[in-house]
Design a protein around this ligand. Sequence first.
Ligand code: EPU
Length: 333
Amino acid sequence: MNIQENISLKKYNTFGIEAKAKRFVTVNTVKELNEIISLEKDVFLLGGGSNMLLTSNIKKLVVHINLKGIIVNDTLKDEVLVTAEAGENWHEFVLWCISQNYGGLENLSLIPGNVGTSPIQNIGAYGVEIKDTFHQLEALEIKTGNIKTFKNEDCDFGYRNSIFKNELKNKYIIINVTFKLTKNKHKTNTSYGAISTLLQHKEAPTIKDISNAVIQIRQSKLPDPKEIGNSGSFFKNPIIDAISFNTLKEKYPKIPYYVVSDTEFKIPAGWLIEQCGFKGKRFGNTGVHSKQALVLVNYGNATGQEIYSLAEKIQKKVKTIFNIDLAIEVNII
Ligand code: EPU
């Protein structure tokens, strides 16, 4: 394996931040990954680089997970088990599933990143999360090099959350993920407002129709990382209690919200940030996207520190005006 030195990470993170890896290695097989881990345990794992903000150079060995391949197990009646290696690009994988007429992932079209990192934050959009079709994953335990299987119930999936962000953080390396997808009767979800509007003329939208609608909606709201650096939603949508929610609703009768439970309400962070006057504002090399205030952008030469400072400025203002703490969703490195 070729361990390179002083490698720029600019093309490896969707924010397009310039930062250097002191040492960098790409692993293409599980055997190679095992070899690296047997030599060095305290490594920095790099997947699609779509959920991180680099605020400094990386001193640890950067291990770029480039495991590729898709395997289909077609022995069930109405469903199919599809296993993708961790280094497969998420969106290409979703499109491949749709081309095979395998349903379940279409609402998650065009999400940046790789398959291997998708369970860590239980990626979700337009009414669907990967936990809905997740069957199992295999992960390499860093300490022992053993491979362990995690079933759905082992992963503790929650809103943008899983066991791999908590108890098992930095303990396992996900090497492949298996999804249970439909092959005959698809259980589609078109409940999200903008999707149902786009598909109102279709009597029975196909999974391809849904994927196309999602792509259209995402392209109209979210900046393409190839054109303008970003990491999708920078913050999580905060969940507040009923008392705080009622106080806010009185003051802002038009506040958008999702009911989480009898006592919990989720408020779109994008709305809070917009109310604070940040939407579309530029601050030097950084800014808040003009069509979705939840997305912070790099106009070209921003440093991670500059983006982080903008995030802090937003958090302070939201706290002052709404008394709500916005949690950062992106990993700050
Ligand atoms: N809104 C505003 N101003 C904004 C943005 C949003 O007022 O600038 C309000 C609108 O009322 C809108 C509501 O917020 O109706 C919800 O907006 P949107 O449908 O765009 O969804 P979101 O809650 O802002 C979440 C995910 C997105 C995902 C969409 C669609 C999080 C942190 N983000 O955003 O995920 O695509 O729902 O399901 O949960 C990502 O994680 O990178 C991501 C883009």
